[in-house]
Design a binder for this molecule. Structure first.
Ligand SMILES: *Cc1c(COP(=O)(O)O)cnc(C)c1O
Length: 359
């Protein structure tokens, strides 16, 4: 059988591991931080009508500039942003890849702060950008001083923050982002995939964009918007940043059907986001009840909870799987991560945890 070693693969990809969240279909899927609530039926009907209209014209290439979608995204984000500040792609992973193609690449470096979203380093490797692993302070925090210290010492071309951070759920102060920005001539990217789950009134890095042309805030419709299967991520930044990305994107990268679906969904933003408060309540319930069971959940500003105090994470993960429940083992010693689901799914998880916890 042919193996990778038999192929003339790029040397820098040899020995690398692909993104590997197990993709299993089980009654309770709380492993990849999806929104487990289905989208409301009236919204679904609007989306289908919008897609049907576009389908009659798919013999033509889509709007390469996805103007209507950028208008919708700007309207959703607010903060005085316009279509010129917005860019979108097939998931925020593609947005991050385009950023690294434009601003990273061979001979360039990107600084990140593990434990963090595994795709940040995987996309770095894929684009030939060297990944520099910074270190966090205690409790997974990053103080402005720590960020500045790492930026000053390693002089990266890009800095990646993830706020709230996956997989820890940790919030990040805007002072840290601003300090890192001032300490570098490179690009600063804030991955805000979970922004909608932050505590009410907590400011987004969007508030820092004004006057900071090297700052990029990336967002996604995959989580709060329950749109993971549709693939729509986006960024907000100075218009010059979107012009830079136009140099590397493939023409017509966003299909007409994707554009239509996203515009239709954004027109129902309040309805699409109605379950966010419920998910936050389930998240808080997970933190409370796991604490009662003797585990050590970390405070979370996202739709998932990382919890410690697990003697054998692999064994507990498997025991939950045997009960039809999948959560995530990220190889953080003594820890597992669980996404907040519907009330029923969360109850199923917590009931199983109670059974499996020996007192
Ligand atoms: C889930 C997630 C994403 C989403 O990626 P999409 O490609 O938009 O589905 C991005 N960043 C982080 C940190 C995530 O956890």
């Amino acid at each position: 059988m042919t193996s990778l070693d038999d192929l003339p693969l790029r040397d820098d990809l040899r020995g690398q591991e692909p993104y590997g969240a197990p993709h299993l279909h089980l009654p309770v899927q709380l492993n990849v931080n999806e929104n487990t609530h289905p989208i409301p039926e009236d919204v679904a009907r609007d989306i289908i009508e919008a897609i049907a209209r576009e389908l009659l014209q798919v013999n033509r290439y889509p709007d390469r500039e996805f103007t209507a979608l950028r208008d919708s995204l700007a309207g959703y984000l607010g903060h005085g942003l316009t279509r010129d500040n917005l860019w979108a792609a097939n998931g925020s992973n593609e947005v991050l890849q385009q950023i690294l193609m434009a601003f990273g690449g061979p001979g360039r470096t990107v600084l990140g702060f593990p434990p963090t979203y595994s795709m940040h380093s995987i996309i770095a490797h894929g684009t030939g950008t060297e990944w520099i692993a910074g270190e966090r302070d205690a409790d997974y925090l990053i103080s402005p001083e720590t960020a500045v210290d790492w930026v000053t010492r390693t002089k990266p071309d890009l800095v990646f923050f993830c706020a709230p951070n996956n997989p820890t759920g940790t919030a990040l102060g805007l002072d840290t982002i601003a300090a890192a920005y001032d300490a570098t001539d490179g690009m600063v990217i804030v991955d805000e995939a979970y922004a909608e789950f932050m505590p009410d009134g907590e400011p987004s890095a969007l508030t820092l964009l004004e006057g900071r042309p090297r700052l990029i805030v990336s967002r996604t419709m995959s989580k709060a918007f329950a749109f993971a299967g549709a693939r729509l991520g986006y960024l907000a930044a100075d218009p010059a940043v979107t012009d830079a990305i136009r140099l590397v994107r493939l023409p017509y990268h966003l299909s007409a059907l994707t554009q239509a679906a996203a515009v239709a969904a954004l027109a129902h933003a309040p309805e699409m986001l109605a379950m966010v408060d419920d998910i936050k309540a389930q998240r808080d319930r997970i933190v409370d009840e796991l604490t009662e069971l003797g585990y050590s959940p970390w405070p979370s500003a996202a739709n998932f909870v990382l919890f410690g105090g697990v003697d054998d994470p692999a064994a507990l993960w498997q025991a939950l799987l045997d009960r039809g429940i999948i959560i995530r083992n990220l190889s953080i010693p003594g820890h597992l991560r669980v996404s907040a689901g519907t009330a029923a799914e969360t109850t199923a998880f917590l009931d199983a945890m109670r059974e499996l916890t020996v007192h």
